[in-house]
Design a protein around this ligand. Structure first.
Ligand code: PGA
Length: 234
């Protein structure tokens, strides 16, 4: 069985190089745990070198400066994160970035997610369209999909997804991937979840939902919380 995937999405934190290094030192002390994962850290670019030196795998928060990302040995790149979509990143740009990443040998971590909490299933069509547009002209299994309902993202998110809702959505995403890419390729694509993953909900969200791991935002900046999340995924 492949290792679970765990991505620490630092967004625009920590606030200083000192804090970034201290967080990396704490994570390094728990490195035996993180070896059990396909683990990477997505720091702001200014901390790339520190993360690279720590020996942890790098994920980029955006597909930019391809050669620089490659020179750091960047393993993953987050594409279509809601923060960037909110700043105007269109489906067309996302599609282009997915292709650039694949050509560069960096695995795109494609984020999709509806904006508002919807209990009537209308978000399914929205997700289908995001996937279709982002993957237009792509026939590749070296992609990871991260389902991140925008309404559940961030420390001050109003709602949290239930394991039931998550598991239904993952089934739907896999079906759409199979329609777009064919079953053989789709079966090789992992689906992650992101959106207020916390020590309190990680185990329930991982169990029986068919996700392969997490993209963790704010809780990844707290080494203790992050460790608890990781432990509950095994
Ligand atoms: P969150 O962020 O864990 O802080 O909700 C997830 C993300 O934005 O990737």
């Amino acid at each position: 069985m492949a290792r679970p995937i765990l991505v620490a999405n630092w967004k625009s934190y920590p606030n200083s190089l000192f804090e970034a290094k201290s967080l990396l030192n704490q994570l390094a002390r728990q490195s035996r745990l993180y070896k059990k994962f396909n683990f990477s850290i997505a720091p702001p670019l200014v901390y790339f070198e520190s993360v690279a030196r720590s020996g942890f795998a790098l994920a980029s928060q955006d597909m930019e400066m391809t050669d620089i990302l490659k020179s750091f040995g960047t393993k993953f790149v987050i594409v279509g994160h809601s923060d960037r979509r909110a700043k105007g990143e269109t489906e067309e740009i996302i599609n282009r970035k997915v292709k650039i990443a694949l050509r560069a040998g960096i695995i795109p971590l494609l984020c999709i997610g509806e904006l508002f909490s919807d209990r009537d299933g209308e978000h399914f069509e929205f997700l289908r369209s995001q996937l279709r547009l982002a993957l237009a002209g792509v026939k590749n299994s070296k992609i990871i999909v991260a389902y991140e309902p925008v309404w559940a993202i961030g420390k001050s998110a109003k709602g949290a997804i239930s394991p039931d809702e998550l598991s239904q959505t993952v089934i739907f995403i896999k079906k759409v991937l199979s329609d777009i890419l064919g079953r053989k390729i789709a079966n090789q694509i992992s689906v992650l979840y992101g959106g207020s993953v916390e020590p309190a909900n990680a185990e329930a969200l991982m169990r029986d939902t068919n996700i392969r791991g997490f993209l963790v935002g704010h809780a990844s900046l707290d080494a203790k919380k992050f460790k608890t999340i990781a432990e509950s995924m095994l």
